[in-house]
Structures are given as C-alpha cells and as structure tokens.
Design a protein around this ligand. Structure first.
Ligand code: FAD
Length: 397
C-alpha cells in the first residue's frame, strides 16, 4: 500500500481540478490530483470552447495563457439568427469586453504541462477512488493504481470529478438539496475539418429546431443541432447532418456552411442541476460535481474555474492565518454566481430551442428574440452575461 501525504487531495483532472491545483501551487500549498482517465484521453476530450474574459485573465495571471493568447480567437460579438436573418450582438460596444474561443482540451493540455513542469503530482488512470474521513480533520482518498492500492491523507478534499464522479454521492444522504431540471431535447454535436463560415458564433432559432455554428480554430468548425435527448446517431449519416445544418443555419442569402470531413460526432443531454451546499465538512465540491448548466450559454467550464478561484483563496486564507471564515463562506459565495449563470443558461436555452406543443411559446420566443436584438438594454443584458459576470469580489458579498 502506498500512502501519500498532501494538504489538498483533488479528485478529477478537468478544468476545476487542474486550475485549483495550479492556483494552490502558486500560493505554496501542496496538492495531489487523482484522475481515472489517461493523460491522452483528458487532452483529447472535446467539450467546451468559449472562455469568458475573466477566465482568460485568470489563466494569463496563472502563467498558463501563452498559447491561448497566440492561438485563441478573440470574438467581439455573436449573431442571433431567426426568421432567416442575422442580428449581431456587439459585445465590444455593449460591454467593452470580448470572449476567446479556445478548446477546453487545449486549456487542459496547457494546465497539465504547467503542473508537471512545476513538480505537480497528477496520478492518471487510477481506479476504485473512494473518499472518507471528511467529517473529521483527517480526510482520506483511497484508490488503486497499476493494480496497487494507495491512500492520500490530506487536510481537505476537493471534489472536482464532474457530474458522474464519486465525491458528491459520498456525502451522507439528506445533507445536500438537489435542484434539477431535465430538458426534452439534447444537442447532436460534430467537429468538422472545415473552415468556419462566419468569424463569430451563430445561434439559430428555426422551425426545425435550434442550431449553433461555432469553431475551434480557423480550420475546424464545431456545429450543433437540437435533437432528442436519446437521439440515435445511426440515423444521422454525414449527409443528413450537413443538410439539416444548412437548413437551420440558412441566412436568407447565398450564405452556406463550409462542409468537410466529420472528425467526431456525439449527443449531449441538456440539464440544469445544482446541489446545495457545495461543502460538507472538509469536502468541497467544485465545477460539474456541484452543478450542470445546459451548454447554450457556454458557461460550464467558466463556472468551474470561478468556483475553484474562490476555493483557492479560501484555502490560502486558511493556510496563512488558520482562519476558516472564508472556507465556511465558500458555498454561499459560489452559489450566488451559480444561480445567476443557471438563470442565464436556462433563459438562452428557452429562447432558442423549439418546444413542441404550444404555438403560444413559438410566438413568445420570436417576440423575445425581436426584443433582445432591437433594445439596447436587452442586448446589453445578454452581452454582459455572455462575456461573463465579474470575477472580482462583487459577487462574493
Ligand atoms: C459531453 C460533454 C460535452 C460538453 N460540451 C460543452 C460545450 O460544447 N460547451 C460548453 O460550454 N460546455 C460543455 N460541456 C460542459 C463543460 O465541458 C464542463 O462544464 C466542464 O468540463 C466542467 O469542468 P469540471 O472540471 O468541473 O468537470 P470535468 O471536465 O467533467 O472534469 C472531471 C474530471 O474528473 C474525472 N473523474 C470522474 N470521475 C472520477 C473518479 N471516480 N476518479 C477520478 N477521476 C474522476 C473525469 O475523467 C474528468 O477528467 C460539456 C460537458 C460534457 C460532459
């Protein structure tokens, strides 16, 4: 049995776990990260790609933003397309800020490289992870690595293991309140070897359902179609996907998507989910382990980063003064942002997706889109949420 002692034991090497580990390192606090997937799998897993300006600033401050600054695409707006016409939301004019398009897997590569280059401990491909002792001052993480059992003894556990991890289910029944909303649709997403047909993201509301044109680089397009939550991908040969995307994203003129080889296809369910509180004893939940947002607002990764920024500061306050005041406030501080982001993600989802059934909803959605694209106040509300709520302490009070 191998036993390892550290200050903060972190489960999960996604954005939450890796950003936390590096922030702690920069404050001189020791941590170890356990991850059940391989390094290659983590670095190739295609997920989010829109970084809020606050996330970008934090990654730069942490010294992991070099490649992002070189290769990331800075966008000063998005387009909302409905009734066959496009309407631009101009972030620069409305907020003075921008978003950066840079794949989550690229952020992960940069973080893993920085952690390993600075002596960080990340154990990939661990199995049977189990946590206990977090209701005492002596939490433990148990695992198996290369067939050998191991234990991490730590002061705190950070549960950064995503929506299907082991940390949240380890909290005793009844200690957490769950808020959950499932949507009757999902997204069929593709990654295509084709240059983006527009410089900015296009969110399309269409009679046949929602569609999104996004990108990961000047050569790679990321596209999504609203579909059933359990859509069978076998029913979607490449030609059908392109045809449906061309229809839903059509702009009324001769604008067309650039088509290319489809590199990856997948269906993602849509859910809004929060557990409260985000802490139990010395276990702190962060990112998708504590909350899930539908991807329409492009917030999941950004919210994970915002959580661990708060947690790193609270842990730093504990290790430098012995005070638990900030740790005790962790959940309350995070939840204020979490619920605002939940509201925004739910609102974008409800406005843009086709809801079967009541024609009233269709008319209401069009009125909402008309309002959002013609009123400066309404456009500004969308823009300030999209580029990201402040990462300073405004939301911590
Ligand atoms: C399939 C999918 C597609 C998505 N697409 C988009 C998108 O297009 N746009 C968008 O904005 N957002 C998207 N998201 C959301 C966004 O990617 C997440 O919000 C973000 O990854 C959250 O980061 P995290 O670190 O909290 O969790 P994760 O990134 O999920 O990281 C958790 C880590 O913990 C590891 N882990 C899990 N269980 C264990 C265990 N038992 N032991 C050890 N390690 C464990 C996992 O392998 C993973 O590496 C998507 C999410 C998913 C699941």
């Amino acid at each position: 049995m191998s036993t390892l002692r550290t200050e903060v034991g972190i489960v999960g090497a996604g954005p939450a776990g890796l950003v936390l580990s590096h922030l702690l390192y920069l404050e001189g606090i020791d941590s170890a990260v356990l991850e059940n997937r391989s390094r290659q799998y983590c670095e190739e897993r295609i997920r989010a790609g829109v970084l809020e300006s606050g996330t970008v600033d934090l990654l730069v401050q942490m010294g992991v933003g070099e490649r992002m600054k070189r290769e990331g695409l800075i966008h000063y707006g998005i387009e909302l397309r409905f009734g066959g016409q496009g309407h631009r939301i101009d972030f620069k004019d409305l907020t003075g800020r921008a978003i950066t398009v840079y794949g989550q897997h690229e952020v992960i590569k940069d973080l893993i490289q920085a952690r390993l280059a600075t002596g960080g401990r990340i154990l990939f491909e661990v199995e049977d992870v189990r946590i206990d002792g977090f209701e005492s001052a002596h939490p433990k993480i148990h695992y198996t690595h290369a067939g050998q059992p191991g234990e991490i003894h730590c002061d705190f556990i950070a549960g950064c293991d995503g929506s299907h991890g082991v940390c949240r289910p380890s909290v005793p029944p009844g200690a957490l309140t769950v808020y959950d909303r499932q949507y009757p649709f999902g997204w069929l997403g593709i990654l295509a070897e084709a240059p983006p047909a527009s410089e900015e993201l296009i969110y399309a509301h269409h009679d046949r359902g929602f569609a999104l044109h996004s990108m990961r680089s000047p050569q790679i397009t990321r596209l999504y179609l609203q579909c059933a939550p359990d859509e069978n991908l076998d029913q979607w040969p490449d030609d059908r996907i392109w045809e449906e995307l061309q229809t839903r994203l059509s702009g009324g003129n001769d604008w067309r998507l650039h088509e290319g080889r489809i590199l990856q296809k997948g269906v993602t369910g849509m859910r809004s989910y929060v557990v409260e509180p985000m802490q139990h004893g010395r276990l702190f939940l962060a990112g998708d382990a504590a909350h899930i947002v539908p991807p329409t607002g492009a917030k999941g990764l950004n919210l994970a980063v915002a959580d661990v920024r708060v947690l790193a500061r609270a842990l730093n306050a504990f290790y430098s003064t012995g005070s638990t005041t900030e740790l005790d406030r962790y959940s309350k501080a995070c939840l204020r942002r979490v619920w605002r982001v939940q509201r925004f993600s739910w609102w974008m989802t409800s406005m843009l997706h086709k809801h079967e059934g009541n024609p009233f909803d269709e008319r209401r959605q069009l009125a909402e889109l008309d309002y959002v694209t013609s009123s400066r106040a309404a456009s500004q509300s969308l823009a300030e949420n999209y580029v990201g709520l402040p990462m300073d302490d405004t939301l911590l009070r």
